[in-house]
Write a protein that binds this ligand. Structure first.
Ligand SMILES: [Zn+2]
Length: 304
């Protein structure tokens, strides 16, 4: 027979599990509205819940970048229809595998949208990492899987633009794509650049610090004076926003590297606050600072 103390521990554990599940899936999607922002004559962003969506409209059909969560697909499709005078989404590009960018894939796939992504992303949808509690995660359904995959640059010629899908080898994940709209002078980076919070190097999904810096340099070199840089999360910026972000990553990296060389533990590195020079300049930090320090520590520790 269980003691009261044991029952209490079990109850607390159950509550904790419930709380963390609610944290991951606690969004009430019925309350989320899709907010469009006009960037150019025929390009819009859509904000709802999750990663930023890009929509290129025109007579050749709609190309959409990223899909947010499955619960929002109908609202997203309705918003696109309004923006494009009744147009249909023809193509969907996934910038990376995370659920707040690919969650709508299955719904859009069933609507007849052709999904494009890197081979690595498709493989991760088929064989996802185990769940946080160690249980195996299930494969994405067939309709959610990209139909066209690529390992080099791919170009869509439509709606007066020449949209380039540019693979960024291993940055936020190992399946990142930078989407460039040269005529509209727009870059969409997915999450390997974010203007809200600190970077997220998802090492479990193949991301790397070195690749993230290289990817930022690719984007910086593609920027002209008026290029609009649309991140996976956060406000649209210009070239200077990308440069400041890259320089911040390198500055924090150098501080963490020095502490790693001194043999500090992760706890000691976090306590040394290596991001303190930047904390007041970065909006929406939340817990991303400590996460970023942990990721830098893990990468620099193994490369030492
Ligand atoms: Zn992401």
């Amino acid at each position: 027979m269980k003691t009261i103390a044991t029952r209490f521990v079990l109850l607390t554990t159950a509550l904790l599990l419930l709380t963390s599940a609610a944290g991951a899936q606690g969004t009430d999607f019925s309350k989320i509205e899709i907010k469009p922002t006009r960037i150019t004559n025929n390009f819009y962003t859509l904000e709802g819940s999750g990663g930023m969506i890009g929509v290129l409209t025109g007579p050749d059909g709609v190309l959409m970048v990223d899909a947010q969560f499955a619960q929002l697909s109908d609202k997203i499709a309705a918003a696109v229809k309004t923006l494009s005078n009744g147009g249909q989404i023809k193509y969907l590009v996934n910038t990376h595998v995370h659920g707040d960018h690919t969650g709508g894939n299955e719904n859009f796939g069933k609507m007849g949208v052709t999904i494009f992504a890197r081979d690595e992303l498709r493989n991760r949808l088929i064989k996802p990492n185990p769940n946080a509690n160690g249980t195996p995660a299930s494969s994405a359904p067939a309709a959610a899987l990209p139909v066209v995959t690529y390992s080099g640059k791919l170009v869509f010629h439509l709606n007066g633009d020449d949209v380039e899908l540019i693979p960024i080898a291993v940055a936020h994940t190992d399946g990142d794509t930078l989407v460039r709209f040269p005529r509209n002078d727009i870059l969409m980076t997915g999450d390997y650049f974010r203007s809200a919070g600190y970077p997220n190097i998802d090492r479990a999904n193949g991301g790397s610090l070195k690749g993230m810096i290289e990817g930022l340099n690719v984007a910086i070199n593609l920027c002209g004076p008026n290029t609009k840089v649309i991140p996976g999360h956060g406000a649209t910026v210009d070239k200077s926003g990308l440069v400041a972000h890259r320089d911040m990553i390198m500055a924090v990296r150098d501080k963490v590297a020095q502490l790693v060389r001194q043999g500090k533990t992760l706890e000691e590195v976090v306590a040394a606050k290596p991001t303190s020079d930047f904390d007041s300049k970065i909006p929406g930090i939340g817990t991303t600072g400590d996460r970023f320090i942990g990721q830098l520590y893990a990468e620099l520790k193994t490369s030492n």
